[in-house]
Design a protein around this ligand. Structure first.
Ligand code: PLP
Length: 396
């Protein structure tokens, strides 16, 4: 009988017990609308504010700088569209990177259609962008720089504090999509010198459909969603108190556990990377040193990522090929192409993202099953030479 190994924590995580317990009262007992004036509802309001303060403390922010959203996608949309509108009179130039999540890339493309100009910075073979690249791309009409804190496909962690310093010195707004970073690596909005930061609850064992945007005090970012004026007029819609409370409880727990848990996960990740990169024609993608603790990503030549995924699924293993959103498409991931992989190689990608429930035995199971499946798929592959045990298109 095969084991069940969930190793797709970059896609989503299981709700933590602490978050679930914190949320339960808000479905049946404390259901008051925080905007209502009677004491019963004001309890919901004060619990919401306590959650906001808890989230702020985890980011070294002030409570009034935290705005709850429906997730990372909304926070990213709000940051880019809001900053574009706010600084419209100053200029129309935005800088981002080629490896952002589609929540950023598609929003940037939307803005391009509305008269903004976007520079997509290339990355090196590890997926890293440098502060010097950002500085060199700045123009008098640059209004916003948006660089992700950690990449969702290859786990590369970007030099956010150094990029923040460049933007601050130039007087340009700086946003970071920290959806994969918050709860997994230390995040400090002061040290990073960010003006805007997006986070998502379900990436750190909080509920799906919850998130927040950090907006630096004094920055009058216009709302994305208009209506009843909740969140101090900045994000309308009756507040998801249960969601905010669950997100805050999950984040507090993740931040408290971070030092020990990140060391534990990094050791498991490195075991995986070592074992799997030793296979012939296998290559680690992303930086070995600037890397999320739980993310192992590789490419296997002569293998189709989708086939690998399905064969592993049959053995009880949940992993991704690229990001969850791009798994439905057959185009190779834009991130893998940006780090310089040829199409044929990029197709053979796998992302194993470890989390709280994973153990050393899980890693042993992955190290046993993945090589078997890779070998099996290569035996059937038209681009694998069974004679020489090499990809057919390799010239040497
Ligand atoms: N940004 C990054 C880097 C992500 O990995 C994701 C989700 O995969 C998002 C944004 C979108 O977040 P959400 O699922 O909360 O909308």
């Amino acid at each position: 009988m095969s084991r069940f190994v969930y190793a797709d924590h970059a896609a989503t995580t299981r709700l933590s017990d602490a978050a679930l317990q914190a949320m339960l009262p808000y479905w049946k007992e404390r259901y008051g609308n925080p905007s209502s004036l009677y004491a019963f509802a004001q309890q919901s309001k004060s619990d919401l504010e306590a959650a906001r303060a808890q989230v702020a403390a985890c980011l070294h922010a002030a409570p009034e700088e935290i705005f709850f959203t429906s997730g990372g996608t909304e926070a990213d949309n709000w940051a880019l569209k809001g900053a574009a509108e706010l600084r419209r009179a100053k200029g129309r130039h935005i800088i981002t990177t080629a490896i952002e999540h589609h929540a950023i890339l598609h929003t940037a493309q939307y803005l391009e259609k509305r008269g903004y100009e976007v520079t997509y910075l290339p990355v090196d073979g590890d997926g890293l962008v440098t502060p010097e690249q950002v500085r060199a791309a700045l123009r008098p009409d640059t209004i916003l720089v948006s660089v992700m804190a950690a990449n969702n496909e290859i786990g590369t962690v970007e030099p956010i504090a150094a990029i923040g310093a460049v933007c601050r010195a130039a007087g340009v707004l700086f946003h970071t999509d920290a959806v994969q970073a918050v709860g997994h690596i230390p995040v400090d909005v002061e040290q990073w010198q960010v003006d805007l930061l997006s986070l998502s609850g379900h990436k750190f064992y909080g509920p799906r459909g919850t998130g927040a945007l950090y907006i630096r005090k004094g920055l009058r970012l216009p709302p994305l969603i208009h209506g009843g004026g909740q969140e101090r007029g900045r994000r309308s819609g009756t507040e998801n108190v249960a969601g905010a409370v669950g997100l805050a409880a999950a984040l507090k727990e993740a931040v408290e556990e971070l030092p020990a848990e990140s060391a534990r996960l990094a050791a498991l990740r490195d075991r995986l990377l070592e074992g799997l990169s030793a296979l012939p024609y296998a290559k680690v993608t992303g930086s070995r040193t600037h890397r999320l603790p739980g993310t192992a990503s590789l490419v296997f030549e002569g293998v189709e990522g989708e086939a690998l995924l399905l064969h592993l699924d049959a053995r009880g293993i949940c992993v991704s090929s690229g990001s969850a959103c791009s798994s439905a498409s057959l185009d190779p991931s834009h991130v893998l192409l940006a780090i310089g992989l040829p199409h044929a190689v990029a197709h053979g990608s796998i992302r194993i993202s470890l989390g709280r429930e994973n153990t050393g035995e899980d890693v042993e199971y992955l190290l046993k099953e993945i090589p078997q499946v890779v070998a099996q798929l290569r035996e059937m592959s038209p681009v694998w030479d069974r004679e020489t045990q090499k990809p057919t298109w390799v010239l040497d």
